[in-house]
Write a protein that binds this ligand. Sequence first.
Ligand code: ZN
Ligand code: FE
Ligand code: FE
Ligand code: ZN
Length: 265
Amino acid sequence: MIDLHMHTSRCGHATGDISDYVEAGRARGLDVICFTDHLPMPAPYPQHYTMRAAELPAYVDDVLVAAALARDAGGPEVLLGIEADWLPDAIPPVQEAISAHGFDLVLGSVHFLGDWAFDDPDLVARYELWPPDALWDRYFEEVAFAAGSGLFDVIAHPDLVKKFGSRPDRDPQAWYEQTAVALADAGCAVEVNTAGLRKPVGEIYPSLEMLKACRRRGVQATMGSDAHSPAEVGEGLGLARELLLSAGYDSVVCFRKRVAREVPL
Ligand code: ZN
Ligand code: FE
Ligand code: FE
Ligand code: ZN
């Protein structure tokens, strides 16, 4: 099993350091883990969701050291990734940071609609300002732009808009199809992310219907726990595998040096 999404204490809202996550991955018998700490965002975006920009080289070095140690210790394979925000008005600095560090995997995430970090539990009051359909329109429009930007290998938690229970009045299928087409056109993979199981929505990102739409369009899939503590490494991946099988997938992809390789489920 592979787990291609996890964070460490560097971001300020996760606990545990790199070695704790590697140990957890080994204890759970994972074959591959990929660190994907949050990429620092340029000002005026808030600085408290990520490591500081000056820490990025140390993050890269620390993951590479951990990878070498894990190789000698018999696993798991440790990959160097990053989770980058889709910030439509800050593409050049994000592009530059992504290309400067030789990542194995770049996850792209829509966490912001304008200046609103809509997945921040401290900012949930702002949901009241949006009719749900307008919110879902706006969110999935950004997901399509993110996929089409060419910045990312994978779109993470692709229906994150449901995190706190937001549900549209309209049938969501059109948004799912639109997203699947955008991912397919861009050659971007979809992430099956189990963090939603631990959130108010109580389900995996994305929904089975969205994953089926991706499958029909030939979009490749990855999987990750989005662990923010060592105890969460690998959590829910059995359910993710079942969801993938239900959607018609028989393999996922793992990325090394940003090249996808299939892994049978
Ligand atoms: Zn995080
Ligand atoms: Fe995220
Ligand atoms: Fe994450
Ligand atoms: Zn995340």
